[in-house]
Design a protein around this ligand. Structure first.
Ligand SMILES: NC(=O)c1ccc[n+]([C@@H]2O[C@H](COP(=O)([O-])OP(=O)(O)OC[C@H]3O[C@@H](n4cnc5c(N)ncnc54)[C@H](O)[C@@H]3O)[C@@H](O)[C@H]2O)c1
Ligand SMILES: C[N+](C)(C)CC=O
Length: 492
């Protein structure tokens, strides 16, 4: 079946291009999908433009749009197991993780369904006689939504649900590495009866498809989740037409552990913070910043447990961590491991590919811990996006905060302490978009997500996540107009 969805029809790429999608656990082909080109993007943008300018979407009521989103949410839950399996095969993550993603996505569609008709704007008390002043919200227009490979369905849904709730039309593109579940999402959207042209799906890589989605004159907004360098490129391209942009970029996230933290829980969460999904998480707690007096005992325990994490195919029973998403990505992570060795960090565990026939063809990498790291090291400064933990130490609260904030990113961070006021103090001082106290990783549709610094521009989720996709308009009415005679004029 063709797998581009343009103007309500499933079509092949106009140029006949295709791409083979691989299973990262064994490098075997999973599927052959269309590889679009700029002419397909043009057709998709035109369809979205037409649906926005002349089609029914803008004139649907907010409540009707909410109903569509609720139907999509129901469709997601009906296919939860199937979607989880597809996402697991495509990304390498475990089925349990992928099913949790489907639950999160369902909640996001329901959250924005409920929000769609709850905030029509506000009346303004101007203090000016005979005036009615109203602030209202309107959709921005045609939105290009571009997602990465680590959470394909989830990251797309964090954009698509609010964009549709606000009344926009969209052209969407998953990563070329992991397109499969997004095709299924669009089938669910189609089955929900969302009108033709409102959601258009193109598949393909960044230069061939993502770039024209960013530069096309018919696009009003670009919302992107992915790497910092791509984000910079998108921002520069969008600037040519002063397009609206929203960017969710990388992170180099500190996990700060004080000596008074509950030991077992802090070790357990430190493992999860960095090794969940093989560290391929934007908010991975890849920098352990730990109080000097606790470091040796803590890192010994961490290393012991990291060595026992069960690697394997995400679909197999008992597997805790899957492979890296691609050969190219594993090569990149291995480059960072080499840099840590070259720059003098102490390798405590991992650092290599696991042995055994079951790992031979897949892109696996052992959970890796580097001790004795310093803030100048590449492994501490750059986003590795793999199962690699760096360990730094501190001796005072001020030093812990300074280390945690010493990053060009600012996405997320954790603080572990049994002193409640210290937890709040440190959380208040961290320059990161999300701070967890005695926890790591949770996110909910109700609370904004996004980064300080080079971790991005704007926010997803929460109220702000809807505002990203709305224009704000002020409507002023003079209810008793009469000439004001500001200009009296003079004879010339
Ligand atoms: N902040 C967040 O919430 C968040 C969430 C998930 C992932 N991420 C980040 O995503 C990155 C990993 O994802 P990735 O490797 O897929 O990122 P990437 O930047 O390589 O690609 C992301 C998407 O952009 C597309 N793309 C590439 N070049 C493009 C161009 N010139 N114009 C338009 N689109 C282009 C890709 O095809 C893909 O769909 C990490 O840095 C991670 O931290 C951030
Ligand atoms: C935003 N999040 C944490 C779901 C995925 C980041 O890669």
């Amino acid at each position: 079946m063709p797998d581009l969805y343009i103007n309500g029809k499933w079509v092949d790429a106009a140029g006949g291009g295709t791409r083979t999608v691989l299973d990262p656990a064994n490098a075997q082909p999973l599927a052959e999908v269309a590889e679009a080109a700029s002419e397909d993007v043009d057709a998709a943008v035109r369809a979205a433009r037409e649906a926005f300018d002349a089609g029914p979407w803008r004139s649907t009521t907010a409540a009707e749009r909410g109903d569509y989103l609720r139907t999509v949410a129901d469709g997601l839950q009906e296919r939860r197991g199937e979607l989880g399996r597809i996402e697991s095969l495509d990304t390498g993550k475990t089925v349990a993780e992928a099913e949790t993603d489907v639950d999160d996505i369902t909640n996001v569609f329901r959250y924005y369904a409920d929000m769609a008709d709850k905030d029509a704007g506000r009346m303004v008390d101007t203090g000016v006689p005979n005036s009615i002043s109203r602030v209202v919200y309107e959709p921005i227009g045609v939105c290009s939504l571009i997602a990465p490979w680590n959470y394909p369905l989830l990251q797309m849904s964090w954009k698509l649900a609010p964009a549709l709730a606000a009344g926009n039309t969209c052209v969407i593109k998953p990563s070329e590495v992991t397109p499969l579940a997004t095709v299924e999402l669009v089938k669910i959207i189609e089955a929900a009866g969302v009108p033709a042209g409102v959601v258009n799906l193109v598949l393909g890589d960044g230069p061939g498809v993502g770039a024209p989605m960013t530069s096309h004159k018919g696009v009003d907004m670009v919302s992107f989740t992915g790497g910092l360098e791509t984000g910079k490129r998108i921002m520069a391209t969008a600037a040519a037409d002063v397009k609206n942009i929203a960017l969710e970029l990388g992170g180099k996230n500190p996990n700060v552990v004080f000596a008074d933290a509950d030991f077992d829980t802090a070790v357990d969460f430190a493992l999860n913070a960095v090794f969940f999904h093989s560290g391929q998480v934007c908010s991975a707690g890849a920098r352990l910043i730990i109080e000097e007096s606790l470091k040796d005992r803590f890192v010994d325990e961490l290393v012991e447990r990291a060595g026992k994490i069960k690697l394997g195919r995400g679909q197999d029973e008992g597997v805790e961590v899957g492979p890296m998403v691609s050969e190219q990505h594993r090569d990149k992570v291995e480059g960072y491991i080499q840099s840590a060795l070259d720059e003098g960090a102490t390798l405590r565990c991992g650092g290599k590919r696991p042995e055994g026939d079951q790992y031979r063809d897949g892109y696996f990498l052992e959970p890796t811990v580097f001790d004795d790291c310093t803030r100048e090291m590449t492994i501490v400064r750059e986003e590795v996006f793999g199962p690699v933990l760096s360990v730094e130490t501190f001796t005072s609260e001020e030093e812990a905060i300074a280390l945690a904030n010493d990053t060009e990113y600012g996405l997320a961070g954790g603080v572990w302490t049994s002193d409640a006021s210290r937890g709040q103090r440190v959380a208040g001082a961290l320059r990161h978009g999300t701070v967890w106290i005695n926890d790591f990783h949770p996110y909910v549709p109700q609370a904004e997500w996004g980064g300080f610094g080079k971790s991005g521009v704007g926010r997803e989720l929460g109220h702000h996540g809807l505002d990203e996709y709305r224009e704000t308009k002020h409507i002023w009415q003079n209810t008793a107009p009469e000439p004001m005679r500001w200009f009296q004029g003079e004879e010339r």
